[in-house]
Design a binder for this molecule. Structure first.
Ligand code: DX5
Ligand code: ZN
Length: 226
């Protein structure tokens, strides 16, 4: 368990996604993005069922927790989030996002996460309409809009999916964060920020570069507000 919290809404935050990092050196990779001033690290959890790929689970997160004081933003791309969410909180996740497409009782899971001292996020896939999260989004701390199909890093940004951010911003107002995930780089950053996104998940545009710090600064420089 960890007391770190998502930064309050009102700032633009970059959340480096370790999916494209060197998995044999994860703690070092996270330390580098921390030194670049990131406050959040995005941890992609895949079960080989909800998405056609497998990554990490609670034991890896628990080990990483000892090496980092970044907010751990766990993106659960798993078919049974209700069953496993608590294990991720106990491992040290500070924010947990689950997918609306597989949530049986999303409101109950959000309450459970809050009672465990964790903030909660709901995520929607590119083909999932905004209406699917209309009632749940205002109960969350952050809404995650996928701008690629989940499962792999390095895919092409989907502009139509990103447009949903505008409508979600109208629904949730300024106090709830909106995170975008997939194909975010210096070219797409101004687009999603202009739509109202304030939390930018960035995988390959950071970890496929040899200079991760310069890559983070390039995203920062691409933000319309500075
Ligand atoms: C994709 C993951 C993303 C991924 C993004 O399923 O949810 O977090 O790491 O990678 P890029 O930034 O390369 O599109
Ligand atoms: Zn993700």
């Amino acid at each position: 368990m960890s007391d770190l919290r998502l930064p309050k809404a009102g700032t633009i935050e970059i959340a480096p996604s370790i999916l494209s990092a060197d998995f044999a050196r994860l703690a070092d990779e996270i330390a580098v993005v921390e030194s670049a001033g990131a406050s959040i690290v995005h941890l992609d959890v895949m079960d080989g069922h909800f998405v056609p790929n497998i990554t990490i689970g609670p034991p890896v997160i628990a080990k990483l927790r000892k090496y980092s004081s970044l907010v751990f933003d766990a993106h659960l791309m798993i078919s049974e989030p209700d069953k496993y969410a608590k294990a991720f909180v106990e491992a040290g996740a500070n924010h947990i996002t689950f997918h609306i497409e597989v949530a049986d009782q999303p409101q109950i899971l959000i309450d459970t996460l809050h009672n465990l001292g964790c903030t909660a996020g709901i995520c929607l896939n590119p083909e999932t309409p905004v209406e699917a999260v209309e009632k749940i989004a205002p109960l969350c701390d952050m809404v995650l809009v996928m701008t690629v199909r989940p499962g792999f890093g390095g895919q092409k940004f989907m502009p139509e999916a990103a447009k949903k951010v505008r409508r979600i911003r109208e629904i949730v107002g300024p106090e709830i964060r909106i995170e975008v995930d997939g194909g975010i780089d210096p070219d797409t950053t101004p687009i999603v920020v202009s739509f109202g996104a304030d939390t930018l998940v960035v995988g390959s545009a950071i970890f496929s570069k040899s200079d991760r710090i310069a890559a983070i600064n390039a995203i920062r420089d691409a933000c319309p507000l500075g």
